[in-house]
Design a protein around this ligand. Structure first.
Ligand code: ADP
Ligand code: MG
Length: 485
């Protein structure tokens, strides 16, 4: 079965979630006009006759938007339709000057496919229904200080790929994991910049609940979730609210709701329209979108390795765990950094531990992206080589890393020398230090002999301290055991 994660009941109810995600495509110009898609310009400066819906202005398909839809379809193993159809979705709203949105309805460009990810060690597959091309609408600007509203059509005609799932998710955590995986895929293949604050990746969560085994419940759709945190909060609130309604003997009305981050609540915006309300029909201004097999195959050949494929390769080639491989393929930059370190140190396990451990801790603390890391892959590989050949202990290596991170030097060996961090490998020297520790801690020695394990650890700690962390802890352990019988 496709639902491999254990299904969690909430107060005896099963949660059912399906997602519709609007991803803004990274084309320079709009989907049906040559106006720029760049964000943040003066209102109505990035809009052409087509975007203003001037009479007689005709849409012309942007090939780059189609190219990106094909790339997405290939990334999720979907069928790319050889011929798909643009349709008019008719509704009235001030930010939609044509009175209809050009979208795809009966025959979308991308059909089927799936997104796979891991959650708490379980593999989950979410089936996709479709992904279709459409144009974004403009924006209403409410200028409260002059009591008027204006319309900005800069966003009108921005290309979107709307990605729709089957109702396959069974918890809010699963739905957030899906959204994160989808976000990773579209940014990895570069069809979307993934900027959620600017609205480049907006999710609608369709949520319903039911008793196990019952038919699907009535859903409410939470619109325009633009952060993973709000997404989780909104769904959790909605699930609790729906269960409460049903427990109180009410029924759920299909509706479109908005999440208010201030109150943490969802509230109804309008009752939901049906497809019939939109009076869809094929757009007579646009011919069917025909995509030849050669175009698809050429795209397939030119696409870079996908995150899941790369993660599987990391597991096979480097013996990494599923979790580690997933973490190291969170972005192309992280994966490239890791591969560079693993290749030049020939120590993939250590490379993985350091990239996910010390390096990402320091990057997070300094709010830096890995591309801007002061410690380059070559520097980290050099350090790892010194751990692997026994020159420095892990503890000392962290001090070397800190020195490089804080700009005290770039050369690993020079830092080790300057700070006197070379591991004590001479067992005679180490024995002498340990004898000193034993002599100075007679009480602990008595307790160890009486069978106190804590006292033994205290002696290990003392010995490490006496060597300023430069001893190999395993060696210290062994020597102490030998000496204490
Ligand atoms: P519409 O186009 O009217 O929004 P769709 O049938 O295309 O409706 O479904 C939209 C989304 O809602 C899809 O992601 C689908 O998986 C999800 N969905 C449909 N029925 C339910 C349900 N009962 N509970 C939760 N999600 C649902
Ligand atoms: Mg919908």
């Amino acid at each position: 079965m496709n639902n491999a994660t254990p299904s969690l009941l909430v107060q005896g109810y099963e949660v059912v979630i399906g997602f519709e995600t609007h991803t803004q495509l990274t084309t320079q110009s709009k989907i049906f006009s040559r106006a720029s898609t760049s964000f943040g310009a003066e209102p109505n400066t990035h809009a052409s006759a087509v975007d203003f819906a001037l009479p007689g202005a005709l849409p012309v398909m942007n090939k780059g938007a189609v190219q990106r839809a094909i790339e997405f379809g290939l990334a999720v193993n979907a069928h790319i339709a050889e011929s798909s159809v643009f349709a008019r979705k008719n509704y009235f709203y001030p930010d939609l000057p044509k009175g209809y949105q050009i979208s795809q309805f009966e025959i979308p460009v991308v059909q089927g496919g799936s997104v796979e990810f891991f959650l708490d060690g379980h593999k989950k597959t979410v089936r996709l229904v479709r992904a279709h091309l459409e144009e974004d609408a403009g924006k209403s600007l409410h200028e409260d200080f002059i009591g008027m509203s204006g319309i900005d059509l800069n966003r009108a005609g921005t290309p979107l790929l709307e990605i729709v799932t089957e109702p396959d998710m069974r918890s809010s955590a699963e739905a957030v994991a899906y959204a994160k995986e989808l976000h990773k895929i579209v940014t990895w293949i570069g069809i979307c910049d993934g900027n959620m604050q600017e609205g480049s990746f907006r999710c609608d969560a369709n949520v319903s609940v039911r008793k196990p085994g019952a038919p699907l419940g009535t859903r409410r759709e939470i619109k325009n979730l633009n952060s993973f945190k709000f997404m989780q909060q909104a769904m959790d609130f909605e699930i609790r609210w729906q269960i409460e309604q049903l427990e109180d003997g009410h029924t759920i009305q299909q509706a479109t709701v908005l999440f208010d981050p201030e109150t943490g609540e969802t509230r109804s915006m309008r009752t939901k329209e049906d497809a019939a309300d939109y009076r869809y029909f094929p757009d007579p201004d646009l011919p069917p979108l025909v995509i030849g097999r050669e175009w698809v195959e050429k795209t397939r050949a030119e696409m870079s390795e996908l995150p899941r494929v790369m993660a599987a390769r990391f597991m096979a080639d480097y013996g990494l765990s599923e979790y580690d491989a997933g973490q190291l393929t969170q972005s192309k930059a992280v994966a490239a950094y890791f591969e560079a370190v693993a290749a030049s140190s020939q120590q993939p396990k250590l490379a993985s531990n350091w990239v996910m451990g010390e390096l990402s801790r320091r990057l997070n603390a300094d709010e830096k992206s890995i591309e801007r890391s002061v410690v380059t892959p070559a520097m980290l590989a050099g350090l790892i080589a010194r751990i692997a050949d026994g020159t420095v202990s892990n503890n000392a290596a962290r001090q070397v890393f800190d020195a490089m991170w804080t700009g005290q030097g770039k050369d690993v060996d020079a830092i080790i020398d300057a700070k006197g961090l070379k591991q004590i490998s001479d067992s005679g020297e180490l024995e002498a230090i340990i004898d000193g520790v034993l002599a100075a801690n007679a009480k602990n020695v008595e307790e160890v002999k009486a069978g106190n394990a804590k006292a033994f650890n205290a002696l290990v700690g003392q010995a490490m301290k006496a060597t300023k962390g430069k001893a190999n802890p395993t060696q210290v352990n062994e020597l102490l055991k030998k000496k204490l019988g």
